[in-house]
Write a protein that binds this ligand. Sequence first.
Ligand SMILES: NC(=O)c1ccc[n+]([C@@H]2O[C@H](COP(=O)([O-])OP(=O)(O)OC[C@H]3O[C@@H](n4cnc5c(N)ncnc54)[C@H](O)[C@@H]3O)[C@@H](O)[C@H]2O)c1
Length: 366
Amino acid sequence: MKKTGIGIIGCGNISAIYFKNLCTVFDNVEVIACADLIVERAQAKVDEYPNVQMSTLKEILSNPAIDIILNITTPPGHFPVALQAVQAGKSVYSEKPLVLTRDEGQQLLKAAAENDVLVGGAPDTFMGGGIQTCRKVIDAGRIGEPIGAQAFMLCHGHESWHPDPEFYYKIGGGPMFDMGPYYLTALVSLLGPVKRVTGSARISFPERTITSKIKYGQKVDVEVATHITGILDFASGAIGTITTSFDVWAAEVPRIEIFGTEGSLSVPDPNTFGGAPKIKRMDDETWQDIPLTHEFAENSRGIALADMAAAIATGRAHRASGELAYHILDIMHAIQDASDTGRHVELESSCERPAPLSISEKFNQR
Ligand SMILES: NC(=O)c1ccc[n+]([C@@H]2O[C@H](COP(=O)([O-])OP(=O)(O)OC[C@H]3O[C@@H](n4cnc5c(N)ncnc54)[C@H](O)[C@@H]3O)[C@@H](O)[C@H]2O)c1
C-alpha cells in the first residue's frame, strides 16, 4: 500500500513525539522531509531519522512526494504556513490553536475547499483510549441523557519548563488557546457542538519570569488573559463550564466530569491519551473504574494525521477536521468576546461530532 508522504514544518519542542510516532508507529504515513527556520533544529531531526530529507518550506511545498504538511510552528505561524500548504495543493494538519483569528480560519477552510485538500487541527488526544472509552459509555446511555459538564485546566504556566515560553503569553497563547483545545475538543467529541457561550477573563500577573534553564530570569509581558471561565450551552441542551488558568498554584478539582440523568462520568485528563475513567450510576454506592475499551492509551500524538491519511486513501471523513478545530477556535474567541462585552455570544460555527473509533481500529501500526 502506498504510504502518505508527510513534510514537517517546525522542529521544536513538540516535534520529538511527532517524529517518533510518524516514523516508528503509524505505518500508513512516511515522513519525507522537514524544515525549520532554525536550520540546526531540522538538521538534528535528520541526524536522528536519516531517511528524512533536510528541506525548506518552499521545497516541501513543491515536493510531489508530500501529500500532507504537518505544521508544528508556534501559533503565529499556523495560518501563513497552512495557507501556503493548501494553496500548493497539499493537505495540512496544524498544531493548536488552528489559527489566531476567526477570519484566518474562514480563509483557510475556504482555500482548502477551493483546492480540494483537507485541513486538520490538533489536538488528537480525543482519539485516545481514555476519551474513546468515555464516548462509548455516553453513547451507550450509561449515564442517561447528559445534563451538564465541568472542565478545569489549572496550573501556573509553562515558563518553568519550556525553553522558549514567550509565545504562551502572546496572542494565540494563554491557557484557553493553549490548553482549552484539549478540553473543548474532548467535550465536543463527547457532547456535540456548542451553540452559545458566556464567560469572564482576566490577567492576574502582567509580567512573567522565565525559570527554565536557558532563558532563566528573562521577563515576558503578558498580552492575553490568563484566568478564564466560560459557560457552554451545547446544542444538545447540556450546560458546561470550563476554567483554564495559568495563574493557579494548586487545586484539587477534576479534569472533566459529565453529569447525566442516570449517573456521572469522570473523564481522564484530555491532554493525555489514556487515563482512568470512572462512573457512578444513580444506584452505585461508590465510583466504579471503567477498564479502557479502546487502544491508543499511550502517547499517540500524530494519530489524527494517520487518520487523515487513511481518510484520503478511502474517501471517508477524517476526525480531527478543520471544521472541528474551527468550531473550537470560535468557542474560545466567543468566551473572550463575552467577557469583553458582558453578554452571551451565539456561535456562528458548528460541526459534526467526529466519528468514534471502533474498538479494533488500526492505522497499520508497525
Ligand atoms: N511543547 C509542547 O509540549 C506542546 C504540546 C502540544 C502542542 N504544542 C503546540 O505545538 C506548536 C509548537 O510548539 P513547540 O513547543 O514545539 O514550539 P517551539 O518554539 O519549541 O518550536 C516551534 C518551531 O517552529 C519553528 N518555526 C516557526 N515558524 C516557522 C516557519 N514559518 N517555518 C519553519 N519553521 C518555523 C521555530 O523555529 C521553532 O523551532 C505550538 O502551536 C504549541 O501550541 C506544543
